[in-house]
Design a protein around this ligand. Structure first.
Ligand code: UD1
Length: 340
């Protein structure tokens, strides 16, 4: 039997790369997306890579009625990967209700529908943001979660709890939360990648736009942190490697290989990289110079975080494969393709 997977937010950055990997692994995919932060043309990119155009429905899953209608129409789904969510940390501080309403209602509507339409398997797009600034590095899955730094981060923590409690109360439902570290890069075909609207808030799109001459210079937010070179440290994971983790999670659920009804995993490389090291790596990989200056710290940034991936490597049989240089080159190639 072919597995039919619903990918919410499937035209988004991580969603689109995951759709490609799912289709490459033989799954049938249905995308539900409200296109609030993505473009329908992404489907052309997915089709160009895989030869298959996924089914697509424009739907706002935070609306209970629209969500039920969607599930009535699309039958035969046996797993859901839920990406669709608002994700700008800064915006969430200004508009907390928008974030709570959108991110929490969508998940609850989907879980209700999964119960009603007897769809047992859910993979949830979570984040290392649930760990806050950890006391000990690297973070393992046993590292305690900390109070979130932003409403966005808090929605990830609350969503994880909603899935934990719902799968506990309804043993026919099973869930896996994947806690992503910092996803970057693009598909090597340059047919899909990150498509930020407006001025990018994240490091990589701002960096590639700067090198492309669209921005004057990159601001490095702080060089007085307690790290070897003073800039912040993150664990940058290639988006294709990350997408593959979802395919593994889906087969773990469908193959009934879970140890408990609800599981969560760190999805990173296990390596901490500073902003200044990343700039160096980009310059080495691409031969391009990155104009940059050191500025004040950004409010709300944590100093450093990177994953211990021992558990996900062992339990999922998954690990990141691509080097940072290769990943940054893919991000640059994507920016060049966009500007053509
Ligand atoms: C944060 C969240 C992540 C969330 C993401 C969404 C944490 C640990 N991570 O990632 O869960 O999904 O936001 O936006 O909370 N930087 C610069 N100059 C720039 C932009 C960024 O120096 O112009 C630096 C930041 O200070 C940071 C690093 O680059 O050290 C990465 O920043 P960014 O790409 O925004 O991601 P996070 O803030 O780590």
């Amino acid at each position: 039997m072919t597995n039919k997977v619903l990918v919410t937010g499937g035209t988004g950055y991580i969603g689109s790369h995951t759709v490609v990997e799912l289709q490459n692994s033989g799954c049938e995919v249905v995308i539900a997306d409200n296109l609030s932060n993505s473009k329908i043309e992404v489907l052309d990119g997915i089709e160009a890579i895989t030869g298959i155009r996924p089914l697509f429905e424009k739907v706002d899953l935070s609306c209970a009625k629209e969500c039920t209608e969607f599930f009535k129409k699309h039958t035969g789904i046996n797993a859901v990967i839920h990406f669709a969510a608002s994700k700008a940390v800064g915006e969430s501080v200004v508009k907390p209700l928008l974030y709570y309403r959108n991110n929490l209602n969508s998940l609850m509507n989907i879980l209700e529908a999964m119960k009603e339409f007897k769809i047992p398997n859910l993979v949830f797009s979570s984040s290392c943001t649930v760990y806050g600034q950890p006391d000990k590095l690297p973070v393992t899955e046993s590292t305690p979660r900390k109070e979130a730094e932003s409403p966005y981060g808090n929605t990830k923590t609350i969503c994880e709890d909603i899935i934990r409690d719902t799968t506990k109360a309804n043993p026919e439902l099973k869930g896996i939360a994947l806690r992503y570290f910092n996803p970057i890069g693009a598909h090597p075909s340059t047919k899909i990648g990150e498509l930020p609207l407006g001025v990018p808030g994240n490091l990589i799109p701002f960096l590639t736009q700067t090198v492309a001459g669209m921005r004057a210079e990159l601001s490095v937010f702080g060089n007085d942190y307690n790290t070897p070179d003073g800039s912040c440290i993150r664990d940058y994971i290639n988006v294709v490697d990350l997408a593959k983790a979802h395919v593994v999670a889906i087969s773990r659920l469908i193959g009934e290989k879970q140890k408990t009804n609800y599981e969560f995993f760190n999805i990173g490389t296990g390596k901490g990289v500073s902003v200044l090291e990343l700039i160096e790596s980009f310059e080495r990989a691409t031969g391009e110079k990155v104009p940059h200056k050191i500025v004040e710290r950004r409010a709300g940034d944590i100093e450093q975080i990177y994953a211990d991936t021992t558990f996900s490597n062992k339990e999922l049989g998954w690990q990141s494969e691509k080097s940072l240089d290769e990943t940054l080159l893919s991000a640059w190639n994507w920016q060049v393709a966009l500007n053509k």
